[in-house]
Each structure stands twice: as structure tokens, then as C-alpha cells.
Design a protein around this ligand. Sequence first.
Ligand code: ADP
Length: 513
Amino acid sequence: AGDLRDLPSLTPGPAELADLELLLNGAFQPLTGFLGAVDAATVAAAGRLADGTPWPAAVTLAVPEDLTKEERVVLTDPEGVPLAILHIAETWQDNVSPAGFPGGDPLRASETTSWHAAGRVETLALPEHGTFRRLRLTPREVRAELAGATTLALATRGPLHRRHLGQLRQLAEKLDARLLLMPLIGEGHDDALVRALLAVRRELPAGTLVVPVPLIERPGRDLALAAHVAAAYGATHFFLEPAAGAEEAARAGAQALPLTSGQLPIEPVTPEPWAYDESVEVWRPVSKIEPDHIRPEPTEAELAAMLDRGEKIPEWFTLPAVAEELRRANPPRHERGLTVFFTGLSGSGKSTIARGLADALVERGGRTVTLLDGDVVRRLLSAGLTFSRDDRDLNIRRIGYVAAEITRHGGVAICAPIAPYAATRAEVRRMVNAAGDFVLVHVATPLEECERRDRKGLYAKARAGLIPEFTGISDPYELPDDAELTIDTSQLTPEAAVERVLDLLVAGGWVRS
Ligand code: ADP
């Protein structure tokens, strides 16, 4: 270990660290490391490694180009603690997009490089980051606990409601199986999911295990990969909702793998349909219910709308403890964190409207508001940055990071940078959406009007060539096609512009009328 310090090191991105944990603890067996180009391609195309072994998803590591000449690289956690040595067997450039990540994955560390390194990973230490550590048993520990019992595994990104519990109890009895619940925790804000699954354990047979798995979502490959992990944990059967395969395929298109027993390492088990019988007020198999006694269960969208409005999820549908976790994870809109992000040319009116909105919200009360004005941010948070593309992007990411944290804590962040690049705006939307809601307002005042106002004298300077890379004059502004609201201020008073944004927030339920 003495020479570890002499090796170059790399902190993989959150998604890669999650993969690394599963490689190191054996959950991704038979994989022993990150995949090379040929394996990644055959996995993406056919759900198999190059040698024919079924394997559903590309597990790859992006590296900066200067590491491609190395033989060994130390992989560290976000705090710099060494986790593993990667023995580089191959470096390759991305000419296949790993399954499920067309056009690159924002969670990967080196998203701007297309270089990857493949090879065995040698364990130095198992990761210690992440919540619910004590529940995150290794496959060896889970297998020891199961001691060879027939085991039905269920992998999920959502909570289990009363119907699922009935189906699970029925299947556990029929198969004489233990149950293994695997909450799939993605990017670290899935604590509520784990708590919601712990909360239903007492309704399930004794000995039911809850083991959170840091499995990043890979559309079209998600359940197949989870089944492989379940097999590594010692499960013998895998719970599959009848529509699961079709739903995955619909979301992922051509990249989806069929979820048939030939493709899965353990036996898929589809539950019998269950429903709520109104006449006796219990959940039971549909085959036992008179058709006109079936109460339809709320759809995902209906549940989300109920949570948005702050309505109680009915007790006939889910356990109160689960409803409480859902409510905490999705507070009613008027209590939920929100980022209102203004984008537009300099002088279009962003700051003026943002300031007016902040004042109006504070006057109404009930909300904590932080204004992240473009110019103010540049004097403090982003002092020293230029207007090059890279620095502009970094500026927006910093604003996005702060806005996401404000949003996570239930506040309202109002941002008013120019934010000329669509990809960066989309990145901020993603960051914020992991924590709460995001509303994009395009202040679409025409360039001629902004230039005529020339409030800060900047357009005159830009035209005279004194400011290079000026948005709208000598640098691009990519028009948003995803704005929740578009405002042209050329025919509008500032008060009326603020009113439009407020109306949107009231209509959406974020602000009470
Ligand atoms: P930005 O923040 O987009 O650079 P500013 O808000 O600093 O823009 O400047 C916009 C200018 O346009 C201000 O002088 C403002 O008074 C004027 N203006 C005129 N009509 C409006 C309107 N409806 N909304 C916002 N600003 C307006």
C-alpha cells in the first residue's frame, strides 16, 4: 500500500461510484471490473458479454485522457479515500453509448471526455458513504442470512402499497419463500423509499429482509440488472409486475431487453392480479371479487396530484406510515422547494422581474425566498470567472447547485442569469428536480429592444468590439423550447410581467392565491 501514493487517482462520478460498490462487493458477479469496448457494445446490442454470458447493462468508467496511459489508477470516494485499484487492461473511446444513456450521462465524472478505462478492480476498502449503511449488506452477508432458503426478491424504486403486500404474502406462502426487498437507491435522495419499505416489513412474513442497493437507473435494463443483483444475493425468484417489461420498453424504446426467464438469471414470478373489494373492504385476488365490487386504485399520476394538493393518500390504498413518507418526500406544492429560473438576453428584464417576484412573495408571506441575481452572483459566488463558454457553464452550474440546495430545504430560489446554453439549463433543471420543482421563465424581449434600453451601456461597448463574446451580439443565445412561461417585456410594464409569473405560480399551486 506504500506505493498507492505514487499512483494517479480518480474520483468517479456518483453513478460510477455506485457501480464500483457493486463490483467490489460481488453484487455484479460475474463482473470483476469495468467493461471494455467490445463487451460494452455486445451488452448494449444483445444483453450479453462478448463471451456470450448474459449481462444486461454496460458498467463502464469514463476517465480523463491523461489517465489512459496509466497501468493502475486508484479510485477514491468523494472525500479522497482510496476504494480500489483499477488495473487498466484497455482504454477505449466511446463510440457506443452505454445502454440507457444516449448522448452521455450527466452523473458520470468525466462527462466531457469520451475516454473509458476497462479492467479488474482490486478492493482496498468498501465504500462508507451513503445512507442506511448498516442495511447495505454484501451479497455474501445476505446469502449467509438466507442460508439457502427459497427466496423471492422484489426490486423497486417506489413504495409498496396494500395490493403489493397482499400479492407478496400470497407468493411467499405459495413458494414457501423468504422475501428480500431491494429498494433501488439511485442518486442519494431515496431515503424516503428505504423508510417506506422498512415500514411495510411488519405486514410481511417474519424474516423479510430489506437491503438497499445503490443501483443507478438504466432505462430498459433496470429490472434485468436488478435480477442479476438479486441472484448474487442468493434469491431464487424475482417478482415481476405483469406490465413491468412493457413499461420499461415504452420508456427505453429499442434498448429494452425482454424480461423473460431466458434473459434473467433467476425465475421471474408474476403475481396474480389483486384488487380492493369494496363489499368486504379487503384486498384480495381479482378472481375472488364480483366485478362491480372492484374499487379502482389511484394511478401514479393521480397519486402525484393528490400529494401536490396536500391531500391524504387514502388508508384503504396504503399504510399510513407509507403515506407519511410519500408526503414528506413530496410535500404539497405550496410547501415544496421551488426554483424559478429566468433566462434571456442582457437587458431583457430578468433582474427587474426576479426582484419584483421576490418582493411579491416575501410580502405574501409563507415562503423563504433567495434571489440569485446574475450580476450579484458574478460579484460573489462566481467572482473571477470570465464569459468564455466554460466559465459561463461553471457559473450556471454554481447557481444551479445553490438553487438545488435551497429547493431541497423547501425554499424558493429565484435565479436570473443569462444562461444562454440549453444543455446547461437542462442540467440545472435536472439538479433541481432531484430536490423539488423547477420553473423556467424565458424573458424573450427582442434583441433590438434590449439594445435600445442598453441599461448598463453594455450593448454599445459590445458593438464597438470592447466586450468580446457578448450574448446576442458575438455569442449565441440558444432559445429554450422547454420554458414553462415566455414573457416579452417590450409591450409590458414590469408590474404586469411579475403578475404573469405570479399567476403561473398560483395556477401551479406553488403559491397560495
Ligand atoms: P436583465 O437582468 O435581463 O439584464 P434588467 O432587469 O437589468 O435586465 O433590465 C431590464 C430593463 O428593462 C430595466 O431598465 C427595466 O426597467 C426595463 N423594462 C421595461 N419593461 C420591462 C418589463 N416589462 N419587465 C422588466 N423590465 C422591463
